[in-house]
Design a protein around this ligand. Sequence first.
Ligand SMILES: Cc1cc2nc3c(=O)[nH]c(=O)nc-3n(C[C@H](O)[C@H](O)[C@H](O)COP(=O)(O)OP(=O)(O)OC[C@H]3O[C@@H](n4cnc5c(N)ncnc54)[C@H](O)[C@@H]3O)c2cc1C
Length: 635
Amino acid sequence: MNFIAKTVDIVVVGAGHAGCEAALAGARMGHKVALLTINLNSIAAMNCNPNVGGTGKGHLVREIDALGGEIGRNIDKTFIQSRMLNSSKGPAVHSLRAQADKWNYHRAMKMTLEDEENLYLIQDEAVSFYMEDDDVRGIVCKSGAIYRAKKTVLATGTYLRGRVFMGEVNYSSGPDGMQPANYLTESIEGLGIPTMRMKTGTPARVHRDSIDFSNMEVQKGDEEIHPFSFSNFDKDFSGKEQIDCYLTYTTPECHDIIRKNIHRSAMAMGDIEGIGPRYCPSIEDKVTRFGDRDHHQVFLEPEGLLTKEIYVQGVSSSLPVEVQMALYKKIEGLEHCEFMRPAYAIEYDAIDATRLDRSLEVMEVKNLYMAGQINGSSGYEEAAAQGLVAGINAALSIEGRDPLILRRDQAYIGVLIDDLVTKGTREPYRMMTSRAEYRLTLRQDNADLRLTDIGREIGLVKDEQYAMFVARRDAIDEETERLASIRINPTEENIEKLAELGSATLRNATPLLNLMQRPELNYDNLAVFDEDRPALPRHVIEEVETNIRYKGYIDKQMAQIQKFRKMENKKLSKDLDYMSIGGLRNEAKEKLMNIRPESVGQAGRISGVSPADINVLLIYLEQKSREARNGLGDA
Ligand SMILES: Cc1cc2nc3c(=O)[nH]c(=O)nc-3n(C[C@H](O)[C@H](O)[C@H](O)COP(=O)(O)OP(=O)(O)OC[C@H]3O[C@@H](n4cnc5c(N)ncnc54)[C@H](O)[C@@H]3O)c2cc1C
């Protein structure tokens, strides 16, 4: 018997990486939020790799943090190793990655949710929507409980009609032995939202004591630790104990076992219809795709401090467990490995994200938002970013305010959501720096300078965080102005100092700031010309230095962004009848009617809409605005 258990403002289904951010955003913006999950033990579960960040993903985490989200703070509380990837390359691709103690990560997030006022955490399964006057007005649960709400956010991850595959064996299940969600898909499709099967896979976990690490390359954490959260930028992490990860390799014998048994992989047998993540391929995919290679990298990552489980990164598989055990024993150092959890692939329902607009609301079903893996993305960070935006927009909609739409030139979050809702995806979408055309301006180090004012304006960034941000921003601006105001004269003494630094002579008086653009000079070695400089935190110095050193490139990119914004600002109404616009090709008409872009810029990114179609659209818009100016219109 169904009953109204609670009436709230927002109900969020799923307490994974997306759901946690959505619920916290709604509650912290002052709304009553019910957060449902099939099992409280799966809160912020790291079902796959025990780490947060990496290329493109680290950028998302910093942006979520800058907007007032939680993932950055949660990993700073629970990391067991931290590394800045690509630090030898340009700042646009510097990417922080931290190994997490996945159990502490879960516990810390659960505690944060339990501490949050206005947030009700409930273990129950959503089985259908609660409707009032044909509108989605909440969720009906398996227990009969109804959570009545103005807005509903679905963040169901890899659970919808989840099915686990290990060779010939497959069964209905959520990830990691969790219960699947087998009922809600029918209601989603009942609202006219198309779904599709997607697949992802994870490697085995083996017992630490059964591994011989003696011949492996040790991967150590960085001595200088960079936190994810801006709120921890002034915190001292030196002396924090870090665990080691290890690098080993598969062998030709290992590949032979895979080739001999490839016919028994669930993919090869055609049991799995879902498409897997191109950038996290299974070991059988790698051996098949890169047949000429006789070894592949394997990273061994401890899953936590109070466990001996080791995550074997790079060897996810849907082969039978018997075959897995044989091939793992052919990996260097794993000859005697003891399995604790087998590798598996999981197939689940996702929706076609082109049915969403950039606020993540379903275009044809108001009050319903979607976030995370259900939208076709893959990864904790991608999920968290969408969850934050969906939660914020559900709250803003209740407050009658415009939704938060982040553009591609403002944030990786903008790139992520625009790609998903404009292009859709047939395989799990993973963020990478190469996806962001304006990545030099979208660096992880300046996420707060790009986004914290927005987080403040929507009401998610609270006083303490905002005060730290203002102090940092002002310090960066003041130091940049100070360096610009110091002029170095071409005196003999100064020219000698430059020569000692291996730098060319000086002809005219030059601002210190300009000298810093010379590749051999930097903030630290220019101290010889600037003895009274203020003592500044490293993160301020790094920001000032990066902005100065890359000024030329950044200016060029800003010019490109101006052009981009011009097309983004050419708005398109959601009700435009593209079928009636002469000159548009049929394919373009269909695609535009289906995706309903919000701007000419977005229309130009829809596959199947050509530059010629965009010209037709621009002429049509110009004509319409001329008619409007001349009062001709549709009278
Ligand atoms: C086997 C496996 C392999 C993966 N491999 C990779 C990888 O290689 N690379 C990568 O980047 N990411 C990988 N991931 C993905 C990563 O785990 C997800 O991207 C991330 O967890 C998605 O977050 P989410 O919040 O969307 O969903 P999840 O973290 O899956 O959380 C979903 C939540 O929804 C709840 N839920 C679902 N349905 C209902 C319902 N009807 N009622 C109530 N609660 C419900 C669940 O209890 C859970 O709390 C993998 C995941 C799995 C399972």
